[in-house]
Design a protein around this ligand. Structure first.
Ligand code: ADP
Length: 276
């Protein structure tokens, strides 16, 4: 018997940390322009771990860049902690897919993690503590004096995660961060993100095209339609909070949720729109 997954009835709560209202983004070119995102509205509560999935080209990266204040919205607005986002907000850190390009190759691991803290003018002793704790948390304490190019892809992505965590953000945005690493490393990094999220209580918005990953990680999955992009459905992930790769992924409920989201993505590709 298949149980219908529970859609989130009232995602906008008064405790929302992040609010996206009527977000539209049109890239202006020589011609008509490209509408990457049509009309997106959703909220993320403080301390939540929310995943965004959608077909390729649905505008996931565009959405994340607008949320991060790296791109201007054409219409609508993004509010973080009650303030409209007009540029990169101080309480936010972002981890991108391209770990190779996001780290400075001439700096050691420690210097890479420390750099944003210097820019934030955190005093030296505090900086050293934060860097040490962050590298410990991602299992890289031993390699703090190595350079990024001496590390594997998975380790480099751990450095990027440590750098984000050391910054003590209120919200952590992750844009397909594990798309370029092998399957085993990817599973380890997924567990690392869940462990850090549970330990630090940070709010996480995680973009992925991998349905299984979104179900394994999220408390809620926001499924995007294809272009013109709107929210197709918000799916509550009612799996136990304690997750591990073997037990969780073999849970019948996991299979139901992934099948439900898979169907939604197929419908999205066929141009299905949410019911009014
Ligand atoms: P996704 O991350 O879901 O694959 P993107 O946000 O990368 O989607 O892209 C959404 C749409 O916007 C695509 O049609 C893409 O070609 C277009 N697009 C993305 N970036 C730009 C840009 N800088 N200029 C013009 N069009 C863009």
């Amino acid at each position: 018997m298949t149980t219908t997954p529970i859609g989130v009835e009232n995602p906008g709560t008064s405790t929302a940390l992040l609010d996206v209202r009527g977000l539209k983004k049109v890239y202006q070119g020589k011609g008509r322009g490209v509408e990457a995102v049509c009309d997106l509205t959703f909220s993320v509560g403080a301390g939540e771990l929310v995943c965004i999935v959608g077909p390729s080209g649905a505008g996931k990266t565009t959405l994340l860049r607008c949320v991060a204040g790296l791109l201007d919205c054409t219409a609508g607005e993004v509010t973080l902690e009650g303030r409209k986002v007009t540029g990169p907000p101080p309480g936010m850190a972002v981890v991108f897919q391209e770990y190779g390009r996001s780290l400075f190759p001439w700096m050691t691991v420690r210097q890479n993690v420390e750099r944003p803290l210097k820019e934030k003018r955190v005093p030296k002793a505090e900086r050293q503590r934060l860097v040490r704790e962050a590298l410990d948390a991602v299992g890289l304490a031993e390699v703090h004096d190595a350079h990024p190019w001496q590390l594997s892809g998975g380790m480099q992505q751990r450095v990027a995660i440590a750098r984000a965590v050391a910054y003590e953000p209120h919200i952590l945005l992750m844009d397909e961060p594990f798309a370029a690493v092998d399957a085993q490393t990817r599973a380890e990094l997924e567990d690392l993100v869940r462990a850090l999220w549970q330990r630090l209580g940070v709010t996480v918005l995680f973009v992925t095209h991998d349905i299984d990953e979104s179900v394994y990680l999220g408390q809620r999955v926001i499924v995007l339609s294809n272009s013109p992009t709107v929210v197709l459905e918000e799916v509550a992930i009612d799996l136990p909070g304690e997750r591990d790769q073997l037990t969780t992924r073999s849970d019948p409920r996991f299979a139901e949720l992934r099948a439900h989201i898979y169907r939604l993505i197929q419908q999205a590709k066929e141009g299905h729109r949410p019911s009014p």
